[in-house]
Write a protein that binds this ligand. Structure first.
Ligand code: IPT
Length: 958
């Protein structure tokens, strides 16, 4: 019998509540101008074990042969590499994917041993010391260099540095990192996202010359009364600070006051400087600004600001939370181009380079700590680590690692303690420490509605009514809270189609001083590129617990294509308001920026007849100061433009290219109607002619028995009938914890997806064919008496649909209109709202004009398929050889599959085009709302079942 001789390595640190041991104190993150560094990113040897203690630490020794190990790319998550050989991602929203027994974690604890052998570059200096920096490792790591154990750490999205100078050799350094997926730290990292273990941010070896900079704190304030900026750079190592553009050359620790241009998100003026110590030069990018809480408002440089923000998780569909600089820049550029001015770094500090970009391009940042303990809500917050003193050192460590790393960014205006962690002494300790360390910024945390520890009252998903009451100071609350400004750190849940109702929120934010704006949830869909599914979401990797596509709730798709939600948000928050009465020939322009005047913008007018521009020109608008308005005269309407529907379109564009947008990039626009539309008319002058199999009426043929339309002008039409069903959106379905008014659920319960059409009569008149039906679901008394009345003038065909509800309708309708199939259709032209989709409460960005598209391009590719693609206010549309005019205007959609097929599909790859193009012409659509996590549509966007009549005119074209 053999006995086990290899001692089981101690892995007690994994379940230890302490943040770790061996790491250096946290400090500012910066790139040195002259100190040498070596990136250790790249291919690493990799071995995956099923438990924390499966392997001993012999792999860390010099000379260990890892020749038969696999490889992974660092930075990266191992579960997203190796084609499934290294386990799989898990998605849960709030539930811990392991038993809640803090700080214990499961025995099954995937553990990745990472090994990298490196030589020092020839120019590596012989003197000085060195540190190795890990910018992010999920969730717990132990590190050895050349066989020496140098420490272990937790805090996945925070940097950790270790002194290693004494261990380095010129050649053959062996860096060994053991990473455990689960640790005590996992209890603090229950954010709504994929669980993705690995060394997912950079690993860097930094030379530290003698006399080099350690930590430093740039204090750069702005006095809006005098226009002066005061700079003081506190540095652990004495040195000098120079800012050539300001003629500054002072010792560290010494304040200097000079005239400056301030930094704001709208005018991100940065001054280049250098901090020089005996051993190092560190470039500085200094932005002068002062953030205060004054008169119950968040003020920057003396002015109350309005956040037009978004919650940003770090996401890439192939690389997870490992983002390269280009991807981060793309996020910032997209935000700037869509008029956003703020980011909450939900729910952890981002890669530090992201904050450099926010400084440079201009975005207000709420920097959030890597902390969430949401899963404890399941046990009424019992044992919550943030209310248990044993965990406080770990919480303070996290707060310090965030603040010290990011304190030199002018873009950061608030520190957030974390997200959804309940309340407790640990949070108070964090807030006290942060306030003490950095009095120049405010502290945010949503979880404490009494605002015990915070400088701002923050909520998520409060409905419009409540937000308005808060704006009016009618919400009560603690004495402290009543004196604080309000923000919605999350609102407008962008899951699938939506969010709806954000224009209504914006109106409320702008009406009350106390309301300082909000942050849409969230920036990007966390879909994972998948060979069979297109983009995978929760459950697609066989997780035993998961939250489905709740992880796909962003304003941009996983590939960073803007979704209609982002286009809508851009319009809703545009920083220039254009309105007025076109009839008197003037337009009012209002500067809605907080700081910038309008000198960077050029204005244009266009005059349109039936959606086509007949003349356009420049509009001269004064460089209005923030908050100012001016009435501007429009030119006389073009002479040759009488008749038809006419309107002015006025747009504000970038006059010149900026750092983030090209010349002529549209910032804001408005359309001002002049003369309205004349409805289509068809003289009912033709009588239906009954035949054996078909009835003819003008250009149309109908089934003689059922009265169903068969063709118009030789174009085959199938299945034309009333339609009330749409494939429920995520916002229709609502969140599982809301059960009173989840329309998607109630619609299905009421059978609106299985309506049957009873034929009551086919009637011939002198000038009309009338088909009487009752449309109703099995089991219920409710129904819709539906009459189709067909008339023709010999060449055109008119359908008038009359709908009369019967029974006790308790639910609004998803949609109300007709649908039919066309055998062949591809190109679509229309005059109406476009270019993108719109619904009753997501229609701000719909531009009235002439548009063209293919049927495929009409679809919005929501990661989980659902109702999408409707175009609003359509006067007429042409496709498949038919022209359809609406009276009144209608909602238009067309797709290569049925609504039922769309409803069944779980992934885009489930949608396979059939032979028929299904067209929906809707008189009404129900609103979208935000109920996948917040309130549903406002009552004014309900599509109520009530007596209704609407018409369409069909004619053959081409
Ligand atoms: C809220 C979370 O803060 C956020 O991380 C995300 O999960 C969002 O919901 C939904 O996508 S918490 C929610 C229970 C209100």
């Amino acid at each position: 019998m053999t006995s086990r001789t290899t001692p089981t390595p101690s892995v007690d640190y994994v379940e230890d509540v302490s943040p770790g041991s061996g790491a250096l104190p946290p400090r500012a993150w910066y790139a040195s101008s002259d100190a040498t560094s070596l990136s250790l990113n790249g291919d690493w040897r990799f071995r995956l074990s099923p438990t924390a203690d499966a392997e001993d630490d012999s792999f860390a020794a010099e000379g260990y042969d890892a020749g038969d190990w696999a490889e992974v790319v660092v930075p990266g998550h191992w579960v997203l590499q190796g084609d499934g050989a290294f386990g799989a991602p898990i998605y849960t929203n709030t539930l811990y994917p392991f038993p809640v027994d803090p700080p214990r974690v499961p025995t099954e604890n995937p553990t990745g041993d990472h090994l990298r052998v490196f030589d020092l570059p020839a120019e590596w200096p012989a003197d000085g010391s060195a540190v190795i920096r890990f910018d992010g490792v999920e969730s717990c790591a132990r590190v050895w260099l050349n066989g020496t154990d140098i420490g272990e750490f937790k805090g996945s999205r925070l940097p950790h540095e270790f002194a290693v100078g004494h261990l380095l050799k010129a050649k053959g350094n062996v860096l060994a990192v053991r990473v455990h997926q689960w640790s005590a730290g996992s209890y603090l990292e229950d954010q709504d996202q994929w669980w993705l273990p690995g060394i997912f941010r950079d690993v860097t070896l930094l030379h530290r010359p003698a006399g080099s900079v350690l930590d430093f704190f740039v204090h750069a304030s702005y006095d809006h009364v005098t226009g002066a900026g005061t700079l003081r750079v506190d540095s652990d190592v004495d040195g000098r600070v120079t800012v050539p553009g300001l003629d500054i050359d002072v010792a560290t620790g010494e304040p200097v006051t000079v005239r400056v241009e301030p930094w704001t998100a709208e005018t991100p003026r940065l001054y280049d400087g250098v901090l020089v110590t005996e051993g190092e030069r560190v470039p500085l990018r200094i932005g002068f600004r002062t953030v205060v809480l004054e008169d119950g408002l968040i003020k920057v440089n003396g002015k109350a600001i309005l956040f037009k923000g978004v919650n940003r998780h770090e996401w890439h569909p192939e690389k997870g939370r490992s983002l390269d600089l280009q991807t981060m820049r793309e996020d910032v550029l997209l935000m700037k181009r869509h008029n956003l001015n703020a980011v909450r770094t939900s729910h952890y500090p981002p890669h530090p380079a992201f904050l450099d970009l926010c400084d440079e391009y201009g975005l207000w940042v709420i920097d959030e700590c890597d902390l969430e303990t949401h899963g404890f809500v399941e046990q009424a917050w019992r044992d919550n680590p943030v209310d248990d003193d044993r965990w406080t050192p770990a919480l303070l460590d996290r707060a310090a690692r965030m603040v010290e790393r990011d304190k030199n960014h002018p873009s950061v205006v608030m520190w957030s303690l974390g997200n959804e962690a309940g309340t407790g002494r640990g949070l108070t300790a964090m807030a006290e420490w942060i306030h003490g360390r950095d009095g120049s910024r405010l502290v945010h945390y949503e979880g404490d509605w009494n605002c015990r520890d915070t400088d701002v009252y923050s909520r998520m998903y409060a409905d419009h009514t409540e937000v308005e009451r808060i704006g009016q100071n009618l919400d009560g609350g603690t004495h402290k809270r009543r004196g604080l400004p309000f923000i919605q750190c999350e609102y407008g849940h962008a899951m699938g189609n939506g969010p709806g109702g954000i224009a209504d929120y914006q109106r409320i934010f702008e009406a009350y001083e106390r309301l300082q704006g909000g942050f849409i949830w969230e920036w990007i869909d966390h879909g994972i590129t998948h060979p069979e599914l297109g983009y995978a979401y929760g459950g697609d990797f066989g997780e035993e617990l998961h939250d489905g596509n709740f992880v796909c709730d962003g304003l941009i798709f996983p590939d960073r294509t803007p979704s209609p939600g982002l286009v809508e948000y851009k319009k809703v928050i545009e920083p220039v308001r254009i309105d007025g009465d076109a009839a008197d020939g003037t337009v009012r322009i209002t500067n809605a920026y907080d700081f910038a005047d309008l000198s960077a913008l050029a204005f244009e007018w266009a005059y349109q007849v039936d959606g086509e521009t007949v003349e356009a020109g420049a509009l001269s608008v004064p460089a209005l100061a923030p908050g100012e308005s001016a009435e501007v005269k429009l030119p006389p309407p073009p002479a040759n433009s009488t008749g038809g529907e006419t309107q002015w379109t006025v747009r504000a564009l970038l006059a010149e290219a900026t750092a983030w947008g090209p010349k002529d990039h549209v910032i804001a626009w408005a359309q001002l109607p002049v003369s309205g539309r004349t409805s289509p008319t068809v003289a009912a002058s033709t009588a239906p002619v009954p035949g054996e199999r078909l009835i003819t009426l003008g250009p149309a043929a109908f089934d003689a028995r059922t009265g169903a339309l068969r063709s118009v002008g030789g174009v085959d039409v199938s299945g034309l009938r009333l339609d009330v069903w749409r494939a429920p959106t995520d916002n229709d379905d609502g969140a599982s914890w809301q059960d009173d008014t989840r329309w998607g659920v109630l619609w299905r319960k009421n059978g609106l997806h299985r309506m049957r059409h009873r034929l009551d009569a086919v009637e011939f008149g002198d000038d009309a064919l009338t088909v009487r039906t009752r449309v109703a679901p099995a089991a219920w008394e409710v129904g819709l008496r539906t009459v189709y009345r067909w008339t023709s003038d010999g060449t055109r065909l008119k359908l008038t649909v009359s709908v009369a509800p019967e029974g006790d309708w308790k639910v609004p309708l998803p949609r109300l209109g007709i649908r039919f199939g066309l055998a062949e259709a591809d190109g679509v032209k229309w005059f109406g709202g476009g270019p993108g989709e719109a619904y009753p409460d997501t229609r701000s960005a719909s531009v009235l004009g002439r548009w063209e598209s293919s049927v495929d391009e009409l679809q919005t590719p929501y990661v989980r398929p659902q109702e999408n693609g409707a175009r609003a206010d359509v006067r007429w549309a042409e496709l498949g050889g038919l022209r359809i005019e609406g009276d009144p205007e209608f909602w238009f959609s067309a797709r290569r599959w049925t609504t039922e097929h769309l409803d069944e599909a779980q992934h885009l790859t489930d949608l396979t085009p059939g032979d028929t193009v299904w067209v929906n012409l809707d008189h009404g659509q129900h609103g979208i709302g935000s109920q996948s996590c917040g309130p549903g549509p406002l009552p004014q966007y309900f599509l109520r079942a009530e007596p209704t009549e609407f018409s369409f005119v069909f004619s053959r074209i081409g």
